[in-house]
Design a protein around this ligand. Structure first.
Ligand code: DGT
Length: 216
């Protein structure tokens, strides 16, 4: 089955790279969804609600506005994601500044955290009422992350590179942060921001085959 236009409702370069490297050419369409409006204490629900909010916002925008890269907005697959790190019972998104990143690393070194990523996939072909009330799937993937006993000098040097400031969890697994992750239990692309095997499963559940992305 021909796959509709794939839209990534995210500004995340990490998510874009994951899709590109997997051979999935996505139209990048970051959402303007206000994440601050959602306050929830349960990590699993929080990332799913946020991912759905981002995907819905973009799906609605595309159904109401033309887009140069999207010939038919009623034939799109829109993916929204949201990632947080749960550690010591606290939910963390991206650090607000270097000071917070240092403080978080001082607490998380030597410990085990859980990286939650919510995934919301909307098929706009099934738009029932002129809105983005289309067929959608919302899932969460969790990966355990074992952090190394890093020194304060290593923390300061790592934060000074700027890498952790763009990452929920204050580390980039495939970057310098990988030096400070002893091991993970579960999907590694989920840690980076988008679980590729989960995306394959969601596409399959919607009746699509990832192999169709590679057909010319
Ligand atoms: N490169 C990399 N980025 C990571 C890693 N872990 C988390 N991140 C990034 C991916 C996301 O860009 C960010 C999680 O924050 P959000 O889920 O709120 O997404 P973000 O605000 O970046 O973009 P979006 O809301 O999707 O437009 O953290 C990692 O291991 N490697």
């Amino acid at each position: 089955m021909k796959i509709p236009t794939f839209v990534l409702a995210s500004a995340s370069p990490a998510r874009r790279r994951l899709l590109e490297n997997a051979g999935i050419q996505a139209v990048i369409c970051p959402s303007d969804f206000d994440e601050a409006q959602i306050q929830m204490r349960d990590a699993n629900n929080l990332v799913q609600v946020l991912a759905e909010g981002k995907a819905e916002a973009v799906a609605k925008f595309l159904l109401a506005n033309s887009h140069p890269q999207i010939p038919n907005p009623k034939s799109c697959l829109v993916l929204g994601c949201d990632s947080i790190l749960l550690i010591d019972g606290e939910i963390h998104g991206k650090p607000k500044d270097a000071e917070e990143a240092i403080s978080r690393w001082q607490k998380m070194r030597g410990k085990v955290g859980e990286l939650y990523t919510g995934h919301a996939l909307i098929d706009t072909r099934f738009d029932d009422f002129g809105e983005a009330r289309s067929r959608s799937l919302i899932r969460c993937q969790v990966t355990k992350v074992h952090f190394a006993e890093v020194t304060s000098r290593q923390i300061a040097a790592y934060v000074a590179t700027g890498e952790p400031l763009a990452c929920a969890g204050c580390f980039a697994l495939e970057g310098k942060g990988g030096l400070f992750v002893e091991k993970i239990e579960g999907c590694h692309t989920n840690v980076i921001g988008l679980s590729l095997p989960l995306l394959r499963q969601m596409l399959t559940e919607m009746g699509y085959d990832v192999a169709d992305f590679w057909q010319s």
